[in-house]
Design a protein around this ligand. Structure first.
Ligand SMILES: C[S@@+](CC[C@H](N)C(=O)[O-])C[C@H]1O[C@@H](n2cnc3c(N)ncnc32)[C@H](O)[C@@H]1O
Length: 327
């Protein structure tokens, strides 16, 4: 088996530009300033995120990988899957632990990767094809829009790792998980990675590292706006902030304007004024409690069958399938 790569583009550069224009008009045009985190991930942003995952302060990737290393064989056996579908796949590094287990079980037939960032997706797909000699279908898409467009199948294991689900607010999570449940077949399983609530100091440090990589990642969104929308935002005039909200139980990443300033976005014909100290909310990263995850899955029509955690209870991976808890 040598395997082939097929590439499907559901988000063209023109679609991406139109969505960015819409988000910037809405998010920076009036009121509290906000940008959705999807715009972090151009090529530079994806590389910076990869660097973040290796920082000493950033425990989630290491911890999730540790859980996968310890339990991937059980996850694969419990799912009975022969196709792995990964949402927001990025570099697909941790995914290899699942694919190793599927290979050892002799069940690996196909990999489907979906990510908004084409460069990282294509590289990740090539690396997996080479390592496993398996067919890899790479989809440039938005998992908020394109789950139904993924080819139907059964006995698929849908991996949604990295606590990416935490980047969505509760109502968006409800919608996304509901759509995921709708796209899954009865024999499919979802493996969902969620970062758990812990001491605020550790959470804040994970999003505000000493070397300033997360700050560079955060500010990179301004470079994306400059390049795509003919902007003149000066990244050095914004400082990175990571703030824990103990009520909502999420980390907010923000960019705070260090001066009273006006930036132009020529392609939108938009001028954006910032007061000194005014902030753009660029990401929320919700932290979860196990019972809350189970409840959110249940609301979406998914029943969690089994879950694994690390000894310190920092991170959690749960395996669910369609169905109600009463069933
Ligand atoms: C937090 S990173 C996680 C990457 C990897 N799964 C991991 O666990 O390390 C989020 C990934 O999701 C992708 N992404 C973010 N928003 C997306 C969207 N709306 N649709 C598809 N991919 C998205 C990004 O390009 C990035 O690769």
């Amino acid at each position: 088996m040598s395997g082939e790569i097929s590439l499907e583009v559901l988000v063209t550069p023109a679609d991406r530009r139109a969505a960015l224009e819409r988000d910037v008009r809405v998010g920076l045009g009036a009121g509290d300033k906000v940008l959705p985190p999807v715009w972090f991930y151009d090529e530079t942003g994806s590389r910076l995120f990869d660097e973040i995952t290796r920082l000493p302060e950033y425990y989630p990737t290491r911890t999730e990988a540790g859980i996968l290393r310890a339990h991937a064989a059980d996850m694969v056996a419990a799912s009975g899957a022969d196709v792995l579908v990964e949402l927001g796949s990025g570099t697909s590094e941790k995914t290899r632990l699942l694919l190793d287990a599927m290979t050892a079980a002799g069940s690996l037939r196909q990999v489907v990767l979906l990510d908004i960032s084409e460069e990282v997706l294509v590289e990740g797909a090539a690396a997996l094809r080479e390592r496993y000699g398996v067919d890899v279908h790479a989809v440039v898409g938005d998992f908020r829009l394109h789950l139904e467009a993924l080819a139907k199948g059964e006995r698929r294991l849908w991996a949604f790792l990295g606590s990416t689900i935490g980047n969505f607010r509760p109502d968006e999570r409800r919608r996304l998980l509901g759509e995921l449940a709708g796209a899954m077949a009865d024999d499919d399983h979802l493996l969902l990675g969620t970062d758990l609530v812990k001491e605020p100091e550790r959470l804040v440090a994970a999003y505000d590292d000493e070397r300033g990589v997360t700050a560079a990642f955060n500010r990179n969104v301004l470079a994306v706006l400059n390049r795509e929308l003919g902007g003149d935002l000066v990244p050095e005039r914004f400082v990175h902030r990571a703030v824990w909200d103990p009520v909502a139980e999420w980390i907010e990443m923000r960019l705070r304007s260090t001066a009273c300033q006006v930036a132009r976005l020529d392609r939108l014909g938009l001028e954006v004024a910032f007061e000194e100290g005014e902030e753009i909310l660029t990401e929320t990263s919700a932290k979860f409690r196990p019972a809350g995850v189970v409840a959110e899955l249940a609301t979406a029509g998914l029943r969690e069958e089994v879950a694994w955690s690390d000894p310190d209870g920092d991170f959690r991976l749960g395996l669910s399938r369609r169905g109600s808890h009463a069933a």
